[in-house]
Design a protein around this ligand. Structure first.
Ligand code: PXG
Ligand code: PLP
Length: 440
């Protein structure tokens, strides 16, 4: 074992079973294209594009070069009352790719920060327009909006909320989730059943009076809780109800944006326009942490009042619009365009869907879901040991098959590269099948 690996004691790992992990650590020391290099020198295929982050593959030469150049040109400058050329250029680029009407861009460093920023913008917007009574925020069960207090509160991941239950922000409610094995197990793409589940928002509008609600936040396709594509007509219905009650609709596109749904933004794929979009991950291909919140002119304009020398929104991060992150973002957008990445992603969808759904007959599998290049295979939990099957699959893939897969409990999630090779994609699923066959 190398010196670094002997010293894992100091390292408190995020979202990891630390004690179990440290008995036999899985450590990556390099990457190139679609493969990682393990600490033992092994080559591992990555079925998750990092953590939904790296759709172009790892260490893309154009992004690497842009970062190297930027870090030697302008490593940092504050973006409060000063800014840098790269942040300004990236804001222009990203809003040009956004759905019509989405015209302004606020930078953060992560999805969690994007979500908390978006919630604050929504509250500030209503107050600026004289509707300060609109304070309530609505999320959805099984939603994931990061781990900061705002995002955790509107989120619907039970284990993430449990310990902090008494400290979640007040004034938050949740509409019900859209998962239902009885009505839509093994659906390919968007389920036909379930548009009516959006009417749960009307229930909350009736309970609180819609005039007290500031915003509704949903992922267009729920990602972290096991890939839940929206039922046909569901997002349209949410939009309608929000319009009826004057509520802002926030799409959390931390996963969905930048090609995962074969468009710059998920909103464009579904043809449903939110008022605010949160992003991160694919904004820089995961190379440098960065997020962005995109809003319409009307939201931005609502803040632009009062004395001109005064700050309009008392919010921002030390690293908002970091020049090296912005350079990575600009290079990433350049590659998406030059390589036709979103078209490549579209062309892979059918193959991906077929491979996923070939698991429908497997003895452990109780559901398969997919949309765009997001997919999930859900296994039944082992009696008395939920999560054990998924965990075992993950470890076997890593150690025995040199394959990095992602499991949330017993659901295997897939986020293939937007430029995957069809044969490698196929091989990875053949391997997973072999592994599932060996698991009790
Ligand atoms: N919103 C959404 C929709 C996300 O998917 C976040 C916010 C938070 O982003 P940061 O950058 O703060 O992590 C995310 C992040 C998984 C998994 O296994 C997904 C995420 C994070 C961790 C695990 O699917 N998504
Ligand atoms: N804590 C302290 C003491 C700080 O000075 C700052 C920023 O200046 C923060 C927290 C917030 O850090 P960031 O802007 O990186 O989110």
């Amino acid at each position: 074992m190398s010196a670094a690996l002997k010293n894992l004691d100091a390292y408190w790992m995020p979202f990891t079973a630390n004690r179990d992990f440290k008995k036999k650590p899985r450590v990556i020391k390099g990457a190139s294209g679609h493969y990682y290099t393990g600490s033992d020198g092994s080559r591992l295929y990555d079925t998750f594009s990092g953590l939904w982050t790296s759709g172009l593959g790892h260490c893309h030469p154009k992004i690497v070069a842009a970062v190297q150049k930027q870090v030697a040109t302008l490593d940092y400058c504050m973006t409060f009352q000063v800014t840098n050329d790269k942040a300004a250029a990236l804001a222009e680029k990203v809003t040009a790719m956004a759905p019509e009407g989405i015209t302004r861009c606020f930078f953060t460093n992560s999805g969690s920060e994007s979500v908390d920023t978006a919630l604050k913008i929504a509250l500030g917007y209503h107050r600026a327009r004289g509707e300060g009574n609109r304070t309530r925020l609505i999320g959805r069960e099984r939603g994931y909006h990061g781990v900061n207090f705002g995002g955790m509160s509107v989120g619907g991941m039970v284990p993430n909320r449990k310990v902090f239950s008494a400290n979640l922000i007040p004034g938050v409610d949740h509409i019900r989730h859209t998962q239902d094995l009885e009505h839509k197990a093994f659906t390919r793409g968007q389920p036909a059943w379930g548009a009516h589940l959006a009417d749960d928002l009307e229930r909350l509008c009736a309970l609180h009076d819609g005039s007290n609600i500031a915003a509704v936040i949903v992922e267009p396709v729920a990602g972290s809780t096991g890939v839940l594509p929206p039922p046909v007509g569901y997002l349209e219905r949410l939009r309608e109800i929000c319009d009826k009650h004057g509520i802002l609709l926030i799409f959390d596109e931390v996963i969905a944006a930048f090609g995962r749904l074969a468009r710059p933004f998920g909103a464009q794929r579904f043809g449903v326009m939110p008022d605010i979009i949160t992003t991160a991950k694919g904004l820089t291909n995961g190379v440098i942490p960065m997020g962005a919140v995109l809003v319409s002119d009307s939201i931005y304009d609502a803040f632009m009042q009062g004395p001109e020398h005064m700050i309009e929104l008392f919010h921002g991060y030390t690293y908002s619009g970091h020049p090296v992150a912005a350079a990575a973002g600009l290079a990433t957008m350049g590659v998406y365009e030059e390589e036709g990445t979103f078209e490549q992603a579209a062309a892979l969808e059918q193959h991906f869907e077929d491979l996923l759904h070939s698991f429908a007959d497997h003895k452990h599998v109780i559901d398969v879901r997919n949309f765009g290049l997001m997919g999930a295979i859900e296994m039944a939990p082992r009696e008395g040991a939920p999560g054990a099957r998924g965990g075992e699959a993950h470890k076997k893939c890593f150690w025995d098959e040199h394959l990095v897969i992602r499991n949330g409990m017993d659901t295997l999630q897939f986020s293939p590269f937007l430029n995957s090779r069809p044969d490698e994609m196929q091989k990875s699923f053949e391997t997973i099948r072999r592994v599932l066959d060996t698991i009790e």
